[in-house]
Design a protein around this ligand. Sequence first.
Ligand code: PXP
Length: 247
Amino acid sequence: MPTLGVNIDHVATIRQARQTVEPDPVAAAVLAELGGADGITVHLREDRRHIQDRDVRVLRQTVRTHLNLEMAATEEMVNIALEIQPDYVTLVPERREEVTTEGGLNIVGQQSWLTEVVQTLEAAKIPVSLFIDADSAQIEASATVGATFIELHTGRYAEATTEAVQAEELALLDQGCQQARALGLRVNAGHGLTYWNTYPVACLAGMEELNIGHTIISRAVLVGLERAVRDMKGVIWGRHGAIESQG
Ligand code: PXP
């Protein structure tokens, strides 16, 4: 089954609401790891609306699993990644006015720039993941620019309002995963995954890591982060009863 990368951006969002020092995403990362997180994911946005440069620096020193740095494919962010040396980088599209990352990155439309970015990072031994829709042309372009991973955008699957549409979206994720693996890419997935819709994605053949944030931090507000992470690990492993039985 895939590993779990816990996205802790929302912890920093609460802190930034008061421009103070609590809650500290560094403490959240420790608790997430104690709960069984296999990796910690943070998105350093250009507008620094939640995660700050200091967070990424301290997390690099304290994370015991692996650190996935989500960022835009800009020169500023590439330089920060080269300095910090996360275990891998996920390149995401960024628009200032968005509430969260909306669509996948357009690889087809910026192949030469992305080739340069991927080469620079991979030459520094930082594997690169590209956050894309499960679209055949984008997957092919991801292999062409030399990425190690793709992260399939699960937003459309998560937002499906009927079982039929959800099944169609899951089939597209499955096809995308198989196409990518045939091209030699490793495959992660994320966005909009919850305690109720994650298991079918976790079961897709060849899926390596799921990056999940909102649903885990939402549950953590009520039951604590360690338990929220443990519950999600239970979902990924098909132990649905884990959610009810850990009282
Ligand atoms: N993967 C990527 C690339 C993302 O940008 C996000 C949101 O920050 C996530 C996964 C996690 O999404 P969610 O918070 O909906 O679980």
